[in-house]
Write a protein that binds this ligand. Structure first.
Ligand code: PGA
Length: 253
């Protein structure tokens, strides 16, 4: 049984007061959760501030990245140990914005993944093709290469309890969502690919999230798909009511 997971990626949005207000509203809209895990990922500097309003709720806190090295001389970075120490439970890694704007490659993403695991965090590893790659019929090859790029470096066992988020780059922040069928077909492919890497049982248990313009009005269809185990929600996670509606759209077994 894969427990569905809805993760909100706040990206680089909001000042401290906005983060506290959003967390407060989420606590009111999602006072208790059944059959779904929910995590919100604010910017690093707001992690501490959202703790208090979320205390007593089942909403977990995640980060949007972590360093590829242990505590030490890495100016400007935030170590996984520091996040775990703050009470952070999840960390998004390899997001397409990190790959594109900060030139993160498989090597650095794999190292971040290992640091996250060593600190007891649950990595949410993002993969996904660009529109150009999709149009060229290369979606599956790209996504497989992104997954193998990490597992070749950390080993199949290194994946641990990590989660994989399929986020087609052309659907992120564009309002253009993959259809439920497109998402299902890629998720099925990812699970098959994982089966060859980590074996059938591991692949059957691994949670696969869909990300890319998931909204209250399209979430139910996407989340109803057999291999879609939740969502990584960007823009729509900045509105508490909308985010709660997405969480409520998770099918209950
Ligand atoms: P979006 O972002 O929901 O705004 O498309 C998703 C993401 O980048 O994780």
């Amino acid at each position: 049984m894969r427990t569905p997971l809805i993760a909100g990626n706040w990206k680089m949005n909001g000042l401290r007061s906005d983060a506290v207000r959003l967390a407060d509203e989420l606590a009111r809209h999602l006072p208790d959760l059944h059959g779904v895990e929910v995590v919100v990922c604010p910017p690093f500097v707001h992690l501490e501030a959202v703790k208090q309003p979320l205390t007593g709720t089942a909403i977990a806190i995640g980060a949007q990245n972590c360093a590829d090295a242990a505590l030490g001389a890495r100016t400007g970075e935030v170590a996984a140990e520091m996040l775990a120490d703050l009470g952070v439970r999840h960390v998004i890694l390899g997001h397409s914005e990190r790959r594109e704007y900060y030139a993160e490659d498989d090597r650095v993403i794999a190292a971040r993944y290992q640091r996250a695991m060593a600190s007891g965090l649950v990595p949410i590893l993002c993969v996904g093709e660009t529109l150009e790659q999709r149009d060229a019929g290369r979606s599956e090859a790209i996504v497989e290469a992104q997954i193998r790029g990490i597992t070749d470096l950390i080993g199949a066992d290194g994946l641990g309890a990590g989660v994989i988020a399929y986020e087609p780059v052309w659907a992120i922040g564009t309002g253009r969502t993959a259809s439920a069928e497109q998402a299902q077909s890629m998720h099925r492919f990812i699970r098959e690919c994982l089966a060859t890497i980590e074996g059938h049982d591991g692949a059957a248990e691994r949670r696969l999230l869909y990300g890319g313009s998931m909204k209250p009005d399209n979430a139910a269809k996407l989340l109803a798909m057999e291999d879609v185990d939740g969502g990584l929600v960007g823009g729509a996670s900045l509105n508490a009511e909308g985010f709660a509606a997405i969480c409520a759209a998770v099918p209950r077994g």
